[in-house]
Design a binder for this molecule. Structure first.
Ligand code: 1HE
Length: 259
């Protein structure tokens, strides 16, 4: 049987793909477990990762066929397992860039919200049809999506079943990049390669400290920022990178004017 999740290592970048196109990449229990293994493997051997979907859609969310058979405790365990795996993405060791196209709905949008940078192509449609299905978000959406686009926008999507175009999603903050049809994967790989070039500890601080600091009051947030900043500064890698800049060996953010 074909793998439900594809995994390739492209230099320093792990490329992880939902591979159940005949079911629009709906997330079953087997998909979640394969995804968990891919995320673990990426943390061990890559410096950044890309998440994408094979076929015409990124992901149609929860596998509704499987879910319709679950009892109460089964539904809780399923949601908590999604939380664990998505947390490994959001607050793990390496940055994740998602390449979005077609349907990015329900749990598909929840996992996209757990990635750090989202690139959507022009075919992308965002929706949260949980209300129409008689359920509620269970993959961390009430926390992550609400923080990305605020409660009012998420409430609207959930109450009215509104389907947002790529441009509408971009405008309210569902993705940071908007590209032409079919271009999301290449753009996501390019961004992942750039992130992979950073110091691993800086990336770790960005993905682990930033979301926690957002949850803190100003005083605690500033204190944690000072600790994180001093820990990264004191590493040999930071010293070498700072010296490289001062000695003119580092790439300039803006190329020098030849004149
Ligand atoms: C599925 C699923 C699924 C498709 N679970 N089987 N998610 C949803 O409510 C979205 C439901 N899906 C759709 O609205 C549409 O399928 C799409 C817009 C994504 C794609 O449309 P289309 O015309 O390309 O495909 P299709 O013909 O609707 O579906 C093709 C097959 O995939 C079909 O199965 P088949 O055996 O009849 O060929 C569909 O039944 C199957 N399929 N989506 C199971 N989601 C932890 S809380 C998270 C809560 C949620 O994620 S709720 C949102 C669930």
């Amino acid at each position: 049987m074909a793998a439900l999740i594809t995994y390739d290592l492209d230099g320093d970048v792990a490329v992880i793909g939902f591979n159940r196109p005949e079911k629009r990449n709906a997330i079953s229990d087997a998909v979640i477990e394969e995804l968990a293994r891919a995320v673990d493997r990426a943390a061990d051997e890559a410096r950044a990762a890309v998440l994408h979907g094979h076929g015409k859609h990124f992901c149609a969310g929860l596998d509704l066929a499987e879910h319709s058979e679950r009892d109460l405790i089964g539904a809780i365990r399923n949601s908590r397992r999604w939380h664990q795996v998505f947390d490994q993405i959001q607050r793990g060791a390496i940055p994740f860039i998602s390449a979005l196209h077609g349907a990015v709905v329900g749990g598909g949008l929840e996992i996209a919200a757990a990635t750090h940078v989202r690139v959507a192509d022009a075919t992308t449609k965002f929706a949260l049809p949980e209300g129409q299905r008689g359920i509620f978000v269970g993959g961390g959406g009430s926390v992550r999506i609400a923080r990305l686009i605020n409660h009012a926008n998420m409430t609207d999507m959930m109450l009215t079943g509104r389907v947002l175009t790529a441009e509408e999603g971009h405008r309210i903050g569902l993705c940071q990049y908007l590209v032409g049809a079919g271009e999301a994967l290449d753009k996501a790989k390019e961004l992942a390669r750039r992130a992979a070039g950073n110091a691993p500890l800086s990336n770790f601080a960005v993905i682990n400290a930033l979301p926690r600091i957002q949850d803190m009051g100003q005083d605690d947030g500033l204190f944690v920022e000072s600790l994180m900043s001093s820990i990264t500064t004191a590493t040999p890698e930071a010293r070498e990178r700072l010296r490289a800049f001062l000695e003119g060996r580092a790439e300039r953010l803006i190329p020098k004017d030849p004149a």
